[in-house]
Design a protein around this ligand. Structure first.
Ligand SMILES: C[S@@+](CC[C@H](N)C(=O)[O-])C[C@H]1O[C@@H](n2cnc3c(N)ncnc32)[C@H](O)[C@@H]1O
Length: 242
């Protein structure tokens, strides 16, 4: 299982990435595929990860445009479709490292972003970024203190490091999504939006039901920039009833 494809902690730390080759485009066609020899890596999955990064047109485009993650394109697509990042909105970003979504939120008009991640995130002007475990019960309060009022948008791209044990991974995925949903339901401003990474088969009927009761609309959306082989999908809940 390899759903948390943008997770920098997955297999190889981002900061150890080598410069990708020139070429390639968003249709996925490349001038030349770069192969990576497995023998130089600790594990075969590390070699595969690097090979995929080197040949991924979104990774190359993110680098060229100055986004910290290829995931930035997912949020751009989500917002182009659902228009929740309006001018002046206040945003909480759960699982924000390395900061691609924070950059996008600010660029598209957010006046303040508060983010949290287990990993440190380089500063982004306009954002308060916390290095902490979101599953710690004290963290929700801390995020709200930093926000200084109710957010208009709660984003969650939270993804744990998969362990390869199907049931354990499933429980972890559901746990993070449930917590993100609870946070949104407890804290959003009326009219607000909750946008969260989910995995097909990884969300509970219970959470969906709660969201459907609490928001005007609840939709699922898979951005083109989300890898086709991944079961990742985004929940977009708009118009929080308060
Ligand atoms: C897919 S990445 C987020 C990418 C981000 N949206 C971006 O554009 O840069 C998922 C992140 O969730 C974080 N994460 C997973 N579990 C977490 C937890 N319990 N608390 C805080 N962050 C967590 C991981 O460390 C990882 O950086």
């Amino acid at each position: 299982m390899n759903d948390n494809s943008d997770d920098p902690t997955k297999d190889e730390p981002r900061r150890r990435m080598v410069k990708p080759p020139e070429g390639g485009n968003l249709s996925g066609r490349h001038k030349g595929h770069t192969a990576v020899k497995t023998a130089r890596f600790r594990t075969q999955s590390s070699a595969k990860w690097l090979e995929r990064q080197l040949n991924d047109p979104y990774v190359q485009k993110a680098k060229a445009e100055g986004w910290r993650s290829r995931a930035a394109f997912k949020l751009i697509e989500l917002d182009e479709r659902f228009h929740f990042l309006k001018k002046g909105v206040r945003v909480v970003d759960l699982g924000c490292a390395p900061g691609g979504w924070v950059q996008v939120a600010i660029k598209r008009g957010a006046s303040h972003v508060v983010g949290v991640d287990l990993l440190p995130v380089d500063p982004v002007p306009g954002a308060d970024l916390l290095e902490a475990d979101f599953t710690d019960p004290a963290i929700g309060l801390k995020l709200m203190e930093l926000m200084g009022g109710k957010p208009d948008v709660v984003l969650s791209d939270l993804a744990h490091n998969t362990v390869g044990h199907k049931q354990t991974d499933h429980l972890k995925i559901m746990g993070l999504l449930e917590l993100a949903g609870d946070f949104a339901l407890d804290n959003l401003k009326p009219g607000g939006a909750f946008v969260a990474k989910a995995f097909q088969g990884g969300e509970t009927e219970q959470l969906l039901l709660r969201l459907k009761l609490a928001f005007e609309t609840v939709k699922h959306f898979k951005p083109k920039s989300s890898r086709a082989g991944s079961t990742e999908i985004y929940i977009v809940a708009l118009g929080y009833k308060g």
